[in-house]
Design a binder for this molecule. Sequence first.
Ligand code: MN
Length: 242
Amino acid sequence: MARPLIGIPSPIERARWGAWDEPAHVLNRSYVDAVHRAGGAAVILPADPDWVTDPDQALDLIDGLLLAGGVDVDPQFYGAERHPETKRTVPERDTIEIALARRALERDMPLLGICRGMQLINVALGGTLHQHLPDVVGHGEHRRVIGSFANSDHDVELEPGSLAARAAGEEVHVTKSHHHQGVDRLGEGLVVTGRSMLDDLPEAVEIPDRRFALGVQWHPEADERSRLISALVEEAAAARVA
Ligand code: MN
């Protein structure tokens, strides 16, 4: 059977490579490799503005949607003023990912949001974010080193029987962490099924009446022991034959 196709909307960044220094689609290779290890094939989706009004054209190409990490979601999308620590945002990417996430949920397409991707799902469903966690939880342990997962591993406690616990394969899960924002008011239909054992911050959210709609605040693509991306690929394969 052909491998299930996992669509990953690409970040848009100014990047330097070879002779060039200009806007580019740049996705961490770790996402593509993790999908490959899980038996899927990654399809990197460019920032085509027409997908805002016609998300089905993108979703018709794929069997599952993975929303990757990256820059903060622009606070305009949850009606907040910009915090000084919310520095660079890419509203063009937010707009496309919000449209893809909402439509994937309407279609009941398997959906996994990672870090920013979890926060984006929350915003797409009307929720809000904490813009700078050290102001809220009083510590910086969710992101100790910018651009590295070093020394930020922490445990999350997952709700027994939840999709998060089934996908992780355990109820206490050690996580690769790199975030300074977090879920504040929960979006419509979401339930919190994982919390940081440091401070009770929501670290997993899901929609119980969808086949696979999960957001995690940590980085399974950076953890070769993690089963989470395999769980997405398996559900995408099942969704395709169903
Ligand atoms: Mn964390």
